[in-house]
Design a protein around this ligand. Structure first.
Ligand SMILES: Cc1cc2nc3c(=O)[nH]c(=O)nc-3n(C[C@H](O)[C@H](O)[C@H](O)COP(=O)(O)OP(=O)(O)OC[C@H]3O[C@@H](n4cnc5c(N)ncnc54)[C@H](O)[C@@H]3O)c2cc1C
Length: 243
């Protein structure tokens, strides 16, 4: 008999699972364990309006804070699940505590793929969490030169938002158009034109070959076609890997 369910990963999948358990009449204990310090929130606004000054924090929550209490969902936030002992039915958390449950749901999602050549540079951004978005928003100032590496969904959306914020965007993407996998080449070509009309200088069919660093910052990149692009900050959007 299942009396306690521990959901690991407090984002869209984890929160919706908790909601569904209650909606279907599960009356036992539901624990929602999340590494981020926040109640579950929506990520789509993070690359759009949330990067914009005045982005409303409460508007991105999946459910208001009192919903969890009303539905007896016990949120354990800011702790990472480090190991799972299925025989003991126990999950070990990063604060040293153990949680026992009869069933476990792994909803740990994904994390951005990182570019090893950029590790340790202070002006490099990845975008997955609220904290990432808050940090990136600070870099999108008028006139700042933002280098976007990868024009998939994240790169294309950040390029649009950064341009709107008055930053100057240069981008590099090995495919012939932005968002090729999601949109295909016809809509991708339209999107490339829309970005160009708004001032994005995108280099398609090119790979970054060598990044130049100065004082812990990335200052520019040379592409495999020989072009050199200067930058004040870099945003990397080259896909995700399972967390
Ligand atoms: C900037 C951005 C914009 C997006 N825009 C769109 C859009 O417009 N349309 C669309 O359909 N999709 C969009 N997406 C994708 C969408 O947000 C994801 O598909 C969705 O978040 C997946 O939800 P998930 O719960 O499966 O995983 P995730 O959202 O990845 O959540 C997993 C959670 O588990 C936590 N976790 C991981 N490991 C552990 C552990 N060991 N212990 C405890 N917790 C752990 C993580 O911290 C994270 O909070 C966007 C994503 C981003 C980042």
């Amino acid at each position: 008999m299942i009396r306690t369910v521990a959901i690991i990963g407090a984002s869209l999948a984890g929160a919706r699972a908790a909601e569904t358990l209650r909606a279907r009449g599960f009356d036992g204990r539901v624990l929602l364990i999340g590494e981020e310090p926040w109640l579950p929130y929506q990520r789509p606004p993070l690359s759009k309006d949330y990067l914009w000054p005045g982005g409303d924090e409460s508007a991105i929550l999946l459910r208001p804070a009192d919903w969890y209490e009303a539905n007896r969902i016990e949120a354990r936030l800011g702790v990472k699940a480090e190991s799972l002992d299925l025989r003991a039915r126990e999950v070990r958390l990063s604060d040293g505590s153990d949680v026992q449950a009869d069933a476990f749901l792994l909803a740990t999602g994904s994390r951005p793929r990182r570019l090893p050549a950029l590790e340790g540079a202070a002006n490099v951004h990845y975008l997955r969490t609220r904290d990432d978005a808050a940090r990136l928003a600070g870099a999108l100032t008028p006139g700042a030169r933002i280098l976007v590496v990868g024009m998939g969904v994240i790169g294309a959306e950040v390029a649009a938002t950064a341009t709107r914020a008055g930053a100057r965007v240069v981008a590099v993407e090995p495919a012939p158009t932005p968002m090729l996998r999601s949109f295909g080449s016809v809509a991708g070509a339209w999107l490339a034109r829309a970005h160009a009309e708004r001032g994005v200088e995108a280099h398609f069919g090119r790979m970054p070959e060598r990044f130049e660093r100065e004082g812990g910052l990335v200052r520019g990149v040379t592409l495999d076609g020989g072009e050199r692009l200067d930058c004040d900050a870099v945003v990397v959007g080259i896909g995700v890997e399972p967390a």
